[in-house]
Design a protein around this ligand. Sequence first.
Ligand SMILES: C[S@@+](CC[C@H](N)C(=O)[O-])C[C@H]1O[C@@H](n2cnc3c(N)ncnc32)[C@H](O)[C@@H]1O
Length: 246
Amino acid sequence: MEETLFDEEFFNYYFIDNFEGIFLVLVSKEQRILDVLVQKLLKYADFVENRVTSSDEWIKNIIREPFEFIDGVWIDPDFHEINTSGIVIKLTPGLAFGTGLHDTTKLAAELLRKYLKPGDVVLDLGCGSGILSILAKKMGAGRVVAVDNDPLAVEVAKENAKKNGVDIEIRQSDLFSNVTGKFDLIISNIIAEILLKVLEQVKDFLNFNGKVIFSGIVDSKVDLFTQQKVVEHRRKNEWNALVIKF
Ligand SMILES: C[S@@+](CC[C@H](N)C(=O)[O-])C[C@H]1O[C@@H](n2cnc3c(N)ncnc32)[C@H](O)[C@@H]1O
């Protein structure tokens, strides 16, 4: 199902796994979009229900308690007191992808932690909720630029950056169209086909020795990247993430 959703470039979904079973929830303001997706997903599902809810409500329905996103990094959907020596990210994803529950975000975050050096200049291409940019900043990055082509994601990422008290340059951009400057790390968790487009331009935006972290690549698409100089390859379930140097 996730592969179908990624192919459709639909990222606003989440799973609820409880005693009644595993539920896939699709979130959109447009019924038309949901209807098309439901048709494509029906073959995997036993039951489909449409429920209308407000954007503030839906996220509160799933993530109420803080959870450990990756080792030592906690996501707090509200304002809890978390007793940890690690990092806490306050996050209300709203309608943007990037709750921290998805394997692709976890893979990207783990690699970000491994490859980020203090003061690095970072570009987050397809920032969604801003989760990876906020993490980068909290781990000691210097300048962080976060872009998304979805205006809603830009809005949500700005809100989340403010909530975490971090200074991130967030703006709308179709890939690099509204990006200037050079970066030590470029991180992007989008589908493989779009990552290939990123590759066409990425060199112009990398500092000497700069690296690219790609996530969101399903098993069947990993071969599209075999020509690249892959420094590290990680996998969780059917998802792959790569660190590439040039
Ligand atoms: C899978 S989400 C990743 C969100 C977040 N970075 C994370 O890792 O959880 C992909 C994001 O890329 C954005 N996106 C897709 N195509 C894009 C493009 N051409 N330019 C910029 N952003 C894009 C989507 O709007 C979405 O917010």
